[in-house]
Design a protein around this ligand. Structure first.
Ligand code: GYE
Length: 310
């Protein structure tokens, strides 16, 4: 057990700004890129000392990390929360300690929005509706055929799962011939994505479309589909709509295995560092800042990926 002063001394290196970052886990390629972006932005040469904690997809680990940041008297706390609810108590503690909190990527559900100074992330509902809109275009002229859809969902009650599900379903509702056969949790991981897709393929022999809420689950699902002797993507049995648009997904689009990928940009570090810079100078910051994203189709993947770094 180290005293408060000892812990602080380790990070006290002159006038560096001490930031405690509670990342929710390391479940996906997207998450790896997000972590790197934040670690790079909060480097010593940029004037920061970063204390990083990996929550391994468990809220209780994140709450522990936040309490330890408070104990260490960090200057700022940055949290990428795994799920939306259950943060009020620990964020009250941070507030009482006078430590500003910035929420990134996913959102929290609270009635007291004084518990955080700013949020940075992408619009997950918009991502879900872009997936639905793409399918509308793709199916144009096939209004009488029944389209059987399965959805691989991410971590239950995470903003990414809630937003992408709702966004897609609000479009699906408008189409009587879209038949959502199943919605299953694949935890945003490749292993779970594969396992769940295997079960779905055993249960249904007429899946037309897979909507997979992140690329890692998609990679697992593609393995399951191929091992069953089926094909997917541009000329395949199963149309695949994925989310994130990480580098391996571009490979798969170039191979024609994924039809379309709804981008979610993980490179959020510089925006968060900028917000802290403003707070340091006593300037006002936006409460909500959206990072924008595009829609990438297999047909253009080789050109669209030029210049991308993750
Ligand atoms: O899409 C997924 C990750 O919250 C937007 O979390 C993020 C999601 C991302 O595990 O790959």
């Amino acid at each position: 057990f180290q005293s408060n002063e000892t812990v602080k001394a380790e990070h006290m290196d002159s006038d560096l700004i001490i930031v405690g970052f509670s990342q929710l886990g390391s479940e996906s390629d997207w998450r790896t890129a997000n972590t790197k972006s934040i670690q790079n932005a909060f480097s010593k040469k940029n004037g920061f000392s970063l204390i990083f904690s990996n929550g391994r997809q468990r809220q209780e680990n994140q709450i522990k990390a936040i309490r330890s940041f408070i104990f260490q008297e960090v200057d700022y706390i940055v949290i990428a929360p795994v799920t939306e609810t259950g943060w009020d108590t620990v964020l009250q503690e941070a507030k009482q300690a006078g430590i500003p909190v910035i929420i990134v990527d996913r959102m929290i559900e609270t009635e007291d929005d004084s518990l955080y100074v700013a949020w940075v992330g992408t619009d997950k509902y918009a991502e879900g509706s872009r997936a639905g809109q793409w399918l509308e275009q793709h199916l144009k002229g096939k209004n009488n055929d029944t389209i059987n859809i399965v959805v691989l969902e991410g971590t239950p009650n995470s903003t990414a799962q809630i937003g992408r599900s709702k966004g897609f379903e609000d479009i699906a509702k408008k189409h009587k011939n879209w038949n959502i056969l199943a919605r299953e949790n694949g935890d945003f991981t490749k292993a779970k994505g594969k396992e769940v897709m295997e079960k779905l393929l055993q249960k249904y022999d007429d899946i037309d479309v897979l909507v997979s809420q992140n690329d890692d689950m998609t990679f697992g699902a593609i393995e399951a589909i191929r091992e069953m002797g089926l094909t997917c993507g541009v000329n395949g049995d199963i149309t695949i709509i994925s989310f994130d648009a990480v580098s391996e997904a571009f490979d798969k689009m170039e191979e024609g295995l994924i039809n379309v990928d709804i981008e979610c940009n993980p490179l959020q570090g510089p925006m968060i560092a900028q917000i802290i810079g403003r707070l340091e100078r006593g300037e006002k910051v936006e409460k909500i800042s959206y990072v924008t994203g595009k829609v990438f189709e297999a047909e253009r993947a080789s050109r669209d990926r030029i210049g991308r770094s993750y």
